[in-house]
Design a binder for this molecule. Structure first.
Ligand SMILES: [Zn+2]
Ligand SMILES: [Zn+2]
Length: 78
């Protein structure tokens, strides 16, 4: 089963643009043996997206960016 490396939605065929999240696919498609069923709410729009997703297929925001921002905070300086 081929999956988009960003939103982790299932793709039927090789494509250079994911029709779920509208991202141009630069990285390789994921080839996974089973469909993902776990979902989480998007932190931006609240829609249910796949647990592994890096991008929300509804609002197209990158969830990783927020995580990185949080991780980059130097807590020692507080
Ligand atoms: Zn996608
Ligand atoms: Zn969203």
């Amino acid at each position: 089963m081929l999956k988009c490396p960003y939103c982790y939605e299932h793709l039927d065929e090789h494509t250079n643009r994911c029709h779920h999240c509208n991202q141009f696919i630069i990285d390789d498609l994921l080839d996974v043996p089973y469909p993902s069923i776990d979902k989480k709410p998007c932190i931006f729009c609240g829609e249910k997206i796949l647990q592994e997703a890096h991008i929300c297929k509804f609002c197209h925001k990158w969830l990783d960016e927020l995580n990185q921002t949080i991780n980059n905070i130097d807590w020692d300086s507080f």
